[in-house]
Design a protein around this ligand. Structure first.
Ligand code: R5P
Length: 293
């Protein structure tokens, strides 16, 4: 069986690095956007039995249609096995109708990915009320990896005396794992979301006076969750607040919002390419891809 990694433009560097680490051929899927924003997808000329698509699904709407074009085309060309490595998996947060008549995006996207791919590898998907990715993407060989060990090792190597805070109940699963690795104390805050950009945070009942706090979360999008938490922590006497995040979605204004909240250091994994990336997932992903070969 011949195998190759196919990279997409938004994840080219990481895809090439993965192919190099695995000693696999690497080819590029080309994407052109027409003036009306339709997408033209061009596949590599070489043919392989097993193709592994690599791209993170941040800012997903274009990427999903491009993935559909590419997957359907290689299926038509007779590929025997099609895998997707998507370190960031989109649409996982809408796992129920929060208001009447809302589409449950997680379920719909999950079924759609299941129809396209034999295997899927992802990192810390935002699963809250659904505990297994197999319930979201049924019938696909799903691998859920976690970056928390790498996040924990990164913090441990900084050799700082830190207190970890998860900004909401959902972050407990990540902050706890990070805390175990770097041997730090941790707690989670309580978050009430009022809108996309407005949250209120109630800190846990700890003494933060003179503490160096690191906020740990799976996703930063607008930045309001961590900024609001940082503001409350400074009001409670913290001396420094940093942020450690797996998926650096960072919408347009997020960095400014974090700077305004006096967040000193922002550390992120490269599940989504961003200038704050300092924790690299190549080896974690490569180890899992090897199990598919
Ligand atoms: C949601 O529950 C996630 O874990 C994050 O806390 C959330 O997505 C962050 O969003 P934002 O940066 O827009 O506040």
């Amino acid at each position: 069986m011949t195998t190759a990694i196919y990279t997409f433009p938004s994840y080219r560097q990481q895809g090439e690095q993965l192919a190099k680490t695995l000693n696999l051929p690497c080819a590029q899927v080309k994407v052109h956007h027409f003036p009306d924003k339709e997408s033209l997808v061009t596949l590599p000329v070489e043919k392989y039995d097993h193709i592994i698509f690599c791209l993170s699904l941040d800012y997903p709407n274009n990427k999903l249609i491009e993935l559909l074009f590419a997957a359907t085309s290689v299926r038509t060309q007779g590929v025997k096995r099609l895998s997707l490595v998507a370190p960031y998996l989109c649409y996982m947060r809408q796992d129920k109708s929060f208001h009447s008549n809302e589409a449950i995006s997680q379920k719909i996207i999950g079924q759609w990915l299941s129809d396209l791919f034999d295997d899927l590898i992802t990192v810390d998907p935002h699963l809250h009320r659904v505990t297994s990715l197999d319930d979201v993407i049924p019938g696909t060989n799903n691998s859920v990896l976690s970056a928390t060990a790498l996040l924990g090792e990164f913090l441990k190597n900084l050799k700082q005396d830190v207190f970890l805070i998860g900004p909401d109940e959902e972050s407990l699963q990540w902050v706890k794992q990070v805390a175990i690795i770097c041997d730090a104390n941790y707690a989670v805050a309580n978050k009430i979301r009022h809108s996309d950009t407005h949250v209120s945070i109630q800190l846990p009942d700890n003494n933060f006076t003179n503490k160096h706090v690191v906020l740990v979360d799976d996703v930063i999008s607008t930045g309001n969750t961590v900024s609001q938490t940082a503001t409350s922590l400074y009001q409670a006497g913290a001396k420094q607040v940093d942020v450690l995040v797996t998926h650096a979605l960072f919408s347009k204004d997020a960095i400014n919002i974090l700077n305004k909240a006096n967040i000193k250091n922002i550390y992120s994994s490269d599940s989504i390419p961003h200038k704050t990336n300092c924790i690299f997932l190549t080896n974690l992903l490569a180890r899992q891809i090897k199990t598919l070969l």
